[in-house]
Design a protein around this ligand. Structure first.
Ligand code: SAH
Ligand code: SF4
Ligand code: F3S
Length: 440
């Protein structure tokens, strides 16, 4: 009987992509995907270390899987991969009461099939977290991945060393994938039915392969047949160059929603975070982008309760959100990570204060999201239909170039990947409701 694997993914889009890399490697080595952990011989948990909460969730899940491993007669190899594997290495074995058989860091995924076989054969845990600052991966799943939208990592690692962040330690040095390799990967996905590709990097605006920067990469991917939409994440705000913004504006398939994390609305806190910009410089980037890209929308990441954050600092964060009207924001309570620079500072904002600031921030952002959606009523948006509606069989969802989500009724001839026009007449939660106004 063939061996079967199951991968469970936590954390960011990079991890979602890496899970495809690992699945592809295992499939080529003769493993087959299992439908659930119970049916698998190898379970990999792809982990995130960015906040303590993320790690606690993974540890909870590992203890459930360890119980499965104990009660089952057939052997189960339990592997931990991803950022927690890199951060904790052999300590993970102790942290899970000896139930982990395999620990593999993100630079070693090419060796995973061999390591999994070796772990199955030996009695003690196998730890493989060596660094390889040259490793860039290509996801080559044997079975066509489902759905129309796919991530493609174009960079790995991060050299920014924001004071709070564990990623440079778990992901290693920044490196770019050769542009031809990216092009082949995207062309491959498009040939298998993908109509959207999201290019990934922790700091993707730094992409560089020889003379080819991120703008040059977008130009080289834009005309791949079948592709309807091309997006990228995440830009370090002040690295989003004028050339990049002009290229986004000029290439019609490139999405005009930009993810530009600002983290904090106080210059003092930004400096302590080792972010290389002031609030004014950040807002100038958004102004410049709006000037060059007519329908630009922005999303962002924000941390509340960084060491030393006062009520006045936090008021600065609220006022950036009030002024800028982000389409959405990912908001986090500061979580000290061992080994980072900020971990040496006293984590002095009490937890109830962090929670109260987070609640106020989220309430403000919800109001701003609502205002943005209301401003779309009566407008006609061009959307690419991208998935069946989660709520109703009779409806499809699409997304506009600036990534607003729009639900329309199914109609004959409509299928996923098609570009249509929709007139917006209602709002449901964070989604717009439209009626079809013809093919685009
Ligand atoms: N490379 C991306 C994303 C990194 S992690 C970027 O630079 O934007 C995603 C988000 O998690 C960060 O933007 C930050 O807002 C948040 N984050 C990172 N470390 C954190 C920590 N120690 N505590 C709380 N939030 C954190
Ligand atoms: Fe972390 Fe900063 Fe790098 Fe983003 S840019 S991954 S927040 S160190
Ligand atoms: Fe988490 Fe690693 Fe991504 S720490 S956010 S999975 S790069």
């Amino acid at each position: 009987m063939s061996r079967r694997f199951y991968v469970e993914t936590y954390g960011c889009q990079m991890n979602a992509y890496d899970s495809q890399v690992m699945a592809g490697g295992l499939e080529r080595a003769g493993w087959e995907p299992a439908a659930c952990p119970e049916e698998a011989d190898l379970v990999l948990v792809n982990t995130c270390a960015v906040r303590e909460h993320a790690e606690r969730r993974v540890l909870g899940r590992l203890s459930q899987l360890a119980a499965l491993r104990r009660r089952r007669e057939r052997p189960l190899v339990l592997g931990v991969v991803g950022c927690m594997a890199q951060r904790l290495g052999a300590d993970l074995v102790a942290a899970t009461g000896g139930c982990v058989d395999l620990v593999v860091g993100p630079d070693q995924y090419d060796r995973l099939p061999d390591l999994a076989a070796a772990a199955a054969a030996r009695g003690e845990a196998l730890i493989c977290t060596e660094r390889d600052h040259g490793a860039v991966y290509r996801a080559k799943p044997r079975t066509a991945p489902p759905g129309g939208s796919h991530f493609v990592a174009v960079m790995r690692g991060c050299d920014n060393y924001c004071a709070y962040c564990v990623v440079p330690y778990t992901r290693g040095r920044e490196r770019s994938k050769p542009w031809r390799q990216v092009r082949d990967e995207v062309a491959d996905l498009a040939a298998r039915g993908a109509f959207e590709v999201v290019l990934l990097g922790q700091s993707v605006s730094n992409y560089r392969d020889g003379d080819v920067d991120l703008a040059g990469l977008l130009e080289r991917l834009h005309d791949i047949p079948g592709l309807q939409s091309l997006r990228f994440l995440t830009s370090y705000p002040t690295d989003a160059s004028e050339r990049l913004l002009r290229t986004v504006a000029a290439l019609p398939k490139v999405g005009t929603e930009l993810h530009l994390p600002f983290q904090a609305g106080s210059d003092r806190i930004l400096a302590a975070m080792n972010r290389r910009y002031t609030v004014a410089e950040y807002e100038a980037v958004l102004d410049r982008a709006r000037g060059l890209i007519p329908d630009a929308l922005f999303t962002t990441d924000i941390i509340v309760g960084f060491p030393g954050e006062t009520e006045a600092d936090f008021a600065g964060t609220l006022s950036v959100v009030e002024r800028q009207g982000f389409a959405s924001a990912f908001t986090f309570k500061y979580s000290a990570r061992a080994g980072t620079r900020a971990a040496r500072l006293p984590d002095d904002v009490p937890r109830p204060v962090k929670e109260e600031r987070l609640a106020r921030l989220n309430a403000l952002q919800s109001r701003k999201t609502r205002e943005l959606l209301e401003s779309q009523l009566e407008r006609t948006l061009e959307i690419v239909l991208d998935e069946p509606s989660k709520k109703r069989e009779t409806q499809l969802r699409g997304r506009s170039r600036n990534n607003l989500r729009v639900i329309v009724d199914r109609a004959p001839g409509l299928r996923l990947g098609v570009r249509v026009r929709a007139r917006i007449n209602a709002i449901a939660g964070t989604t717009l409701i439209g009626t079809l106004a013809g093919e685009a």
